[in-house]
Unconditional design. Structure first.
Length: 162
């Protein structure tokens, strides 16, 4: 494994971990009532964004070949349907716990992965496509999901003053 790849993995994981820490700090600082509010008029509520992020991170587990999803039932409510669709959703307390649990499982796997394993294909790309596009690897998934997390945390910041 080249030193450049080790440095790249460390940089991406440092970015991921800082985004997770930022999200955790914000989520912990928001009250249950604040999470029930829309981030802006006519936009998603904080509880929906928390559920959405939890569902996305939970789906990373099989995508990165770390095992089965913990909460597959969240996909319908937070990935398929829009906020305020009338679908039953877990409580804020339950979502906070699921958020922490999904990210804890990811962190355990992240910490046990060897640097060269980050450059292996993820499960939604075929071997043929990966041969043509080796950037479609596990590390690239984490980069994309870290950006996704940062985007939604940026929206949730608006709940601080509500």
């Amino acid at each position: 494994m080249s030193n450049e790849k080790q440095v790249a993995v460390k940089a991406v994981l440092d970015f991921w971990n800082s985004r997770i820490k930022e999200a955790d700090t914000l989520i912990e600082s928001l009250t249950d009532e604040q999470l029930q509010k829309e981030v802006a008029p006519g936009k998603n509520r904080g509880i929906y964004l928390l559920g959405h992020l939890t569902a996305v991170h939970d789906r990373m587990i099989p995508l990165l070949n770390f095992g089965e999803q913990l909460y597959p039932e969240l996909g319908d409510v937070f990935l398929t349907k829009p906020d305020k669709s009338g679908a039953a959703m877990p409580s804020v307390e339950d979502l906070r716990a699921r958020w922490k649990n999904a990210n804890s499982k990811l962190a355990t796997h992240f910490n046990n992965l060897k640097p060269e394993e980050w450059f292996e294909k993820h499960t939604s790309v075929s071997a043929e496509d990966f041969a043509k596009e080796p950037h479609r690897n596990r590390l690239n998934v984490v980069i994309g999901r870290a950006g996704h997390l940062a985007y939604h945390v940026g929206q949730m910041v608006f709940l601080k003053n509500k």
